[in-house]
Design a protein around this ligand. Structure first.
Ligand SMILES: O=P(O)(O)OC[C@@H](O)[C@@H](O)c1c[nH]c2ccccc12
Length: 392
């Protein structure tokens, strides 16, 4: 009876039954039946899933349904915690976006929480699905075993500091990036190992390798191939990390550092992930875009490397003035006191841009587009700095 009541009111019901890779639509038929003449009524619901399979659930299975409702509620609560920290990016509802509307739900409004509001949210929701599928294939226990064969971790921050001291310019994290959602394809004849080797030859201190396939045309194969090709620059796995499992995965693929995005991760997640990074020897580059994110990150113990992304990942707007604005006043003072290395990220094209962010207080820069687009990325590096910074 209880279950029937919940099916009647859309606001209290979870309309979709999510089971790993299969989405169950709203029951197509709901009927009452009695197990025996003496028992109370039970409910029988006929359901179809997105892959065409069908199932019949009876109220004995309402426990499963109740669990799904709880899972959904917990998800909503997590979004509330995130929102209280100013995070606008919501996590994907566990039931997933509906494929089509049935019954009372046809009146549900768009964007009541079931469709992403901007590109960053879309990427994160997609990543959620991707990670849960990958996790099934390679559970944490298997990854922990694979760690034994992972190549040793190299000192990412040490390499940036050394380059900064050697050249008097910000240490370069050169990005191996084939495409982006804002700029489309950046390099047609893209050979990740070739680009990586050219960057190294040009004097890059570290490399950033995009591993997201859907939006950036990157891959973990690229990361692994660059590592295996003997490139000495420490490698940043440029990924949208939402689950600690991904940290282990990145390490098994040869990463020396990972990106944590404050616009996506609540404080507790950052703290937890930073701890796991330390455990694995990974350097965490924590990325911020505004004052609120920066203050949140500054309040977390043990963070040594912070990036200021000049690009707003929700709107794609780029303004290198963001780096300057965020490092002015009290925040700049805290950075110097704590000896945190700051990285200026995105939208840097000319020696003037580099001088501008260096003046603002960064000791490193993260650059993709301007150098990956040039026919010889090694030359791209010298053009960016206005001089040859290679070791040769
Ligand atoms: O290509 P650009 O404008 O030089 O930017 C490089 C890098 O900063 C950018 O790719 C980036 C910064 N933070 C990110 C987070 C996710 C994906 C990409 C990014």
């Amino acid at each position: 009876m209880e279950a029937l009541a919940s099916l009647k009111t859309p606001s209290q019901a979870t309309p979709f039954f999510y089971s790993k890779t299969r989405t169950w639509n709203v029951p197509s038929q709901v009927s009452l039946y009695k197990r025996s003449p003496f028992s109370t009524f039970s409910i029988r619901a006929q359901m179809e899933s997105n892959d065409g399979s069908a199932a019949v659930a009876t109220s004995g299975e309402s426990v499963v349904e109740a669990l799904k409702v709880k899972e959904w509620e917990v998800g909503m609560l997590q979004n509330e915690v995130a929102a209280s920290q100013g995070i606008r990016i919501r996590r994907r509802p566990p039931t997933g976006p509906p494929l089509h509307y049935v019954g009372p739900f046809q009146f549900r409004l768009q964007n009541e929480g079931n469709t992403p509001r901007n590109i960053l949210e879309e990427i994160v929701w997609n990543k959620d699905t991707e990670v849960s599928q990958l996790k099934e294939r390679k559970p944490l226990i298997a990854l922990k075993k694979a760690l034994e064969n992972a190549p040793p971790v190299r000192d990412f921050i040490g390499a940036l500091r050394a380059a900064n001291e050697r050249t008097g310019l910000p240490g370069l994290i050169a990005e191996v990036k084939k495409a982006s959602p804002s700029r489309g394809i950046l390099r047609e004849d893209f050979d990740p190992v070739e680009v990586a080797q050219a960057y190294e030859k040009g004097g890059a201190a570290c490399l950033s390798v995009l591993t997201d396939a859907k939006y950036f045309k990157g891959s973990f194969e690229n990361l692994e191939a660059i590592r295996k090709a003997g490139v000495k620059c420490p490698l940043l796995c440029k990924e949208f990390i939402i689950d600690a499992w991904q940290l282990y995965y990145a390490r098994t693929k040869g990463a020396d550092a990972v990106l944590l995005i404050a616009a996506v991760l609540p404080d507790l997640d950052i703290k937890y992930m930073v701890k796991i990074c330390k455990l694995l020897g990974l350097t965490a580059l924590v990325e911020v875009h505004d004052e609120r994110e920066f203050d949140r990150v500054l309040a977390i113990e043990g963070i040594e490397l912070i990036g200021i992304n000049n690009r707003n990942l929700e709107t794609f707007e780029v303004d290198i003035g963001i780096t300057k604005k965020l490092l002015e006043g009290e925040r700049g003072k805290i950075i110097r006191e704590k000896d945190i290395i700051m990285v200026g990220e995105s939208g840097l094209f000319t020696p003037q841009d580099i001088a501008f962010v260096q003046e603002a207080g960064v000791k490193a820069v993260l650059v993709g587009e301007s150098i990956v687009k040039q026919s010889d990325p090694a030359k791209g590096v010298s053009n960016l700095f206005g001089k040859d910074i290679s070791l040769a």
